[in-house]
Design a protein around this ligand. Structure first.
Ligand SMILES: Cc1cc2nc3c(=O)[nH]c(=O)nc-3n(C[C@H](O)[C@H](O)[C@H](O)COP(=O)(O)OP(=O)(O)OC[C@H]3O[C@@H](n4cnc5c(N)ncnc54)[C@H](O)[C@@H]3O)c2cc1C
Length: 478
């Protein structure tokens, strides 16, 4: 059993933990990172193929909210500004919309974007926070007299697209925060998100990052007056480390287990237990998976749009124009289905041939298909079979799709150290668990969950890590 004394222990080597460590290091404070996995990065995970030189991000890919994203600014302005390759690309050029119809595309002459903007306004201003699905029903109930049949049909499908921003199906997403506070365009990271990780941790001592350390328990021990405590952290391998402060950055899906599932892998027992204001908030916290299916071919055979939004559109015969909201009620309810197929769910397809000059497509899928892929006996084959009809629609012609060179799928839901993709708000839930930001004395919390700016995003994790490091720096300087 080893014992190490340090100023701060950080649990988790994702963006939040690494940025906390780097900030503490820059001010001369000592820290130690305990990471359960055999690698750093957390939900940033770049697979690099040593033969082709290609790389694929299985976690974060985009810089969101680029008007207020500090990682994006550093990445493009400081870290890789001299790179010969553009390090990030706004990928909103010529966005294709693909639907399951004869033509495969939206009919011209309907401005669904404007209606979706109205629906976003409507959802964020409703008095009661209801599910996104119910919100769509309410919107059509009260506003359908202003809309044409096609406007209703296609804007419903686009609205449901928010499932990809939240990871959940629209029955489990609270309408109020369903579109999040996204400020600014999205930019695609073209050189790999691991390059962000490399820069954040540059200069931090390697020896202070301990991998394969699954933290099992945290004990706060009183050593003097009320605010004089020592933190004792015990790992699954029996090693113990002690510090003055602790920053916990594990995903909320894992932290939730501390309430009543402490035997599960990755769960941490807190002694004394986490206070009620923190745990009360977890009752509704949703943490479901998103999945990626990445397919690489010998050469591209699809159109050159930057990306494609693939929509699940209500059937024409299902759509009763006199009672459209009734139709919307039945539409898109796939949570009870065990096997969803292409076009049952919305999906985003990034065209790497356009954004990175690589003949590959990346499919981002919501929770239900994600579960199916993760639990399949052959996830690559299952994932590819699931998205193949979408490739056919994108191509638009009856051609034989060639065999892919490479298929990659993800497993964020089954992974015990993530247990999902991103934090989501259920109806009536708080956008952010403020009690986590307040912390528990010398036990602090960071990550994409406990933060407002950049909530659920990589830059939110970054901001929260710095916030907690600065809190401790201030405390220790007194
Ligand atoms: C498929 C997918 C796509 C995404 N796309 C984007 C995107 O395009 N843009 C964007 O901004 N964001 C995206 N995100 C979200 C983004 O990846 C996260 O917000 C961010 O990486 C979270 O960082 P974090 O430090 O909060 O948590 P994490 O990166 O999850 O780090 C937490 C760390 O804690 C470790 N840990 C867990 N339990 C224990 C334990 N008991 N003991 C020790 N260590 C433990 C984990 O192994 C992990 O390394 C995506 C996420 C997913 C899954």
């Amino acid at each position: 059993m080893s014992e190490v004394d340090t100023d701060v222990i950080i649990i988790g080597a994702g963006i939040a933990g690494l940025n906390a460590a780097s900030t503490l290091h820059s001010k001369g404070l000592k820290s130690l990172i305990l990471e359960a996995r055999p690698r750093i990065g957390g939900r940033v995970y770049t697979k690099r193929d040593t033969v082709t030189g290609n790389h694929y991000d299985l976690g974060a890919s985009w810089f969101h909210s680029t008007m207020e994203n500090p990682i994006f600014d550093k990445f493009t302005n400081n870290w890789y500004s001299n790179s010969q390759i553009e390090s990030a690309k706004y990928d909103d050029n010529n966005v294709g919309i693909i639907i399951n119809s004869e033509t495969g595309s939206l009919p011209s002459g309907i401005n669904v974007g404007a209606i979706v903007d109205e629906m976003k306004y409507y959802s964020s201003n409703l008095k009661d926070d209801i599910s996104l699905h119910n919100c769509a029903i309410e919107y059509f109930k009260t506003k359908q007299h202003r809309l044409s049949r096609d406007e209703i049909k296609y804007s419903t499908a686009l609205f449901k697209f928010a499932e990809l921003l939240n990871g959940c199906d629209w029955d489990t997403i609270g309408s109020k925060f369903s579109y999040g506070p996204f400020n600014g365009r999205d930019a695609f990271n073209t050189i790999g998100y691991d390059k962000v990780i490399e820069k954040i941790i540059e200069g931090y001592p390697n020896d202070n990052v301990l991998l394969n350390k699954v933290v099992k328990s945290v004990e706060k021990i009183q050593v003097g007056k009320a605010d004089e405590t020592i933190i004792k952290v015990t790992n699954a391998d029996g090693s113990i480390y002690k510090s003055k402060y602790l920053i916990v950055t594990i995903p909320l899906g894992v932290l939730k287990l501390s309430i009543d599932k402490t035997n599960e892998e990755g769960a941490i027992t807190f002694n004394p237990p986490l206070p009620k204001p923190i745990t009360d908030n977890f009752a509704k916290t949703k943490f479901l998976p998103l999945a990626k299916v990445i397919v690489e071919f010998d050469k591209a055979f699809w159109p050159d749009n930057d990306k494609f939004l693939v929509l699940s559109v209500p059937n024409d015969d299902e759509l009763d124009i006199t009672k459209t909201y009734e139709t919307v009620k039945e539409f898109g309810n796939y949570t009870d289905k065990e096997n969803v197929k292409a076009f049952d769910f919305p999906c985003l397809v990034s065209n790497f041939n356009s954004v990175r000059k690589i003949p590959a497509l990346m499919f981002l899928l919501p929770s239900q298909p994600a579960y199916q892929i993760e639990n399949a006996s052959d996830p690559e084959k299952y994932g590819y079979d699931l998205i193949k009809p979408i490739i056919s629609k994108i191509v638009g012609k009856d051609i034989e799709i060639p065999e892919p060179k490479l298929i990659l799928t993800t497993s964020w839901g089954n992974d015990p150290y993530s247990r999902g993709a991103i934090s989501t708000c259920a109806p009536g839930d708080k956008f952010v668990n403020d009690a986590l930001i307040d912390g528990f004395g010398s036990i602090r919390f960071a990550g994409e969950g406990p933060v407002y700016q950049g909530h659920s995003c990589a830059h939110g994790a970054y901001i929260s890590g710095e916030r907690e490091a600065n809190y401790i720096i201030e405390k220790l300087s007194k």
